[in-house]
Every structure is written in structure tokens, then in C-alpha cells.
Design a protein around this ligand. Sequence first.
Ligand SMILES: NC(=O)c1ccc[n+]([C@@H]2O[C@H](COP(=O)([O-])OP(=O)(O)OC[C@H]3O[C@@H](n4cnc5c(N)ncnc54)[C@H](OP(=O)(O)O)[C@@H]3O)[C@@H](O)[C@H]2O)c1
Length: 289
Amino acid sequence: VSPARIIDGRAIATHISERTVGSAAALRERGVTPVLAIVVPNDDPGAAWYVRSLRRLGDRVGVECQVHQMPGPATAADVLARLSEVSADPGVHGVICQAPLPDGLAPAAAGARIAVAKDVDGANPASLGGLAAGVPGVFAPATAAAVMEILAHEHVDPAGRPAVVVGRSTVVGKPAALLLLAASATVTVCHSRTRNLAEVCRTAEILVVAAGRAHLIGAGHVAPGAIVIDVGTNPAEGGGLTGDVDTAAVTLAAGAVTPVPGGVGPVTTAQLMRQTVRAALDATAAEAG
Ligand SMILES: NC(=O)c1ccc[n+]([C@@H]2O[C@H](COP(=O)([O-])OP(=O)(O)OC[C@H]3O[C@@H](n4cnc5c(N)ncnc54)[C@H](OP(=O)(O)O)[C@@H]3O)[C@@H](O)[C@H]2O)c1
């Protein structure tokens, strides 16, 4: 048995970003700079690190990241007001709100303040509803979209294939399942109440894991030849990140597997920038039309 191929998420991200650079440059020629507003209602170091990495990527691809750092401690009302304000700004094309949110502010309530046309990380429940209803043009959360990008780059057409998604969160599991379903996979969604998780996972040709449990998925969960996409990011012993998949263990069974770090993460940020440019293109076309 040959060991699984380790999918190079950074290379896929670079490929996506190259195309984003082209679309952003075309927009700039028409006098439009794509702008992503990032509302940061916390002083969390992890959030600050992520925002810095978005800024760096934005600089590379030609998306201006407008960071709205709220003076702490921000209240729920402050955050809602700021989201409404940036969402209404005609100079802003995409809006995200960086977790963690203040106590008492539900992610759905924050997301609902972002206009669907600018909801480039699919945080508005209306975007998820649009995804479920097959409304064209709505944005999926960038992570779920990244899962589909990885499959496309691996030349895996989901149509007709059994796919298992572990996790049912609104940010990852549910939208990933909806996108796989829209691509005509036969989708099963697992969660913490699923019985015989390993047995269900072994039915998958496409296994997407977003549980937030380090090394939940081992060799016994993976069918021979399956493609395994590990969305999980968990603190690793001794620093760094580790995924939900025990990559070393599954490598003898799987056909291909994404590593953590260097898998879904970079594809997600590349996808977020691409979706921002698409929002700017849509807005510009709507103005012209
Ligand atoms: N790479 C990226 O860009 C990116 C982006 C977003 C998230 N993430 C990572 O992805 C992971 C999931 O994120 P999330 O926001 O979806 O997390 P979440 O909201 O905590 O949801 C986790 C899901 O996994 C299920 N689950 C938990 N333990 C399980 C178990 N033992 N067996 C089966 N299912 C189990 C939960 O089931 P119940 O619903 O029954 O509780 C829940 O549906 C986290 O590690 C997060 O850091 C990565």
C-alpha cells in the first residue's frame, strides 16, 4: 500500500491568490479598490495574529483590509452598531467580524448585521439559508468553500460519491455539507451524538472533519483511498497547531490527506480574499447595470 499523498494547501492557496491578483488589478483599472472591513471586538492575541495574516495576504493580492479595532471592552450593542455602519459604507465590499464576540452577542445576531452582498464569510443566517435554498451568488463561509476548492484542485468530483462530514456547526460542518450536496455527493453529517463514528466515517470516499477534537480520526475511521480533509485546528502539545486527524495513522489507508498546519487554513484565507474581490466585482457590475 502506498502512503497517502499529503495535499499542499499552501500551493492551492497560491494558485487561488494568483487569480485574485488578476481580478483585483482589473477592478483597480476601473478605479475600484476591493475593501475588506474586519471588525475586531476583542484584544485576543489569536485574533490579532489572524488579522495580521489577513492584512499581509490582502497586501499581496490587492485587497485593502480596513481593520476596525474596537476599544475594549466592546459591548454587544457597540459591535452591532459598528457592523451596521461598515456594512452600509459604499466603499466597503466585504465585512467580517472576528471572534471572540462579547458575552451575550450570538454569532447569528452579529452576522445578521452584515448585508448579504458583503457577507464574504457567510456569517449572516440569510447567507446559509440562501446556500440551502440554492440562491445563486450568496457566499459560503470561506472554510467550507475552501473544502470544495481543495477537492477541485485534487480533481475529485463529489457527484455520486459518499461524503461524510464530522461536525455540524453553522460555520463549517453545515455549510460544507450543503456545498457537497449541491455538488451531488451523497452526504452524511456526524456530530457528538453519532453512534459508531468510525463505521460511518469508513463509508466515505470524501471525509471532511471539523470537530475541534485533536486526533479524533484515526486509521480505523478511513476507507482505503479516501480523501480526508482536516479542518480542525487544536493547540498542539509544545505549541503550534494540530488537526482533528491523526495524519500519521491514517496515511496508510487514505488516498490523500490535508495536513495541519498547511492544509485548509491557507486555502481559507485565500478564499476569503477571492470572495471579497467577487463582492467588489458584483457591486461594480450592479452599479454599471
Ligand atoms: N482552518 C480553518 O480555516 C478553520 C476555520 C474554522 C474552524 N476551524 C476549526 O475547525 C474545528 C471545528 O470548528 P467549529 O467552529 O465547527 O467547531 P464547533 O462549533 O465546536 O463544532 C464542532 C462540531 O463537532 C462535533 N463534535 C465534537 N466532538 C465530536 C466527537 N467526539 N465526535 C463527533 N462529532 C463531534 C460537534 O457536535 P455537536 O453539534 O453535537 O456538539 C459540533 O457539531 C475547530 O478545531 C476550529 O478551530 C478551522
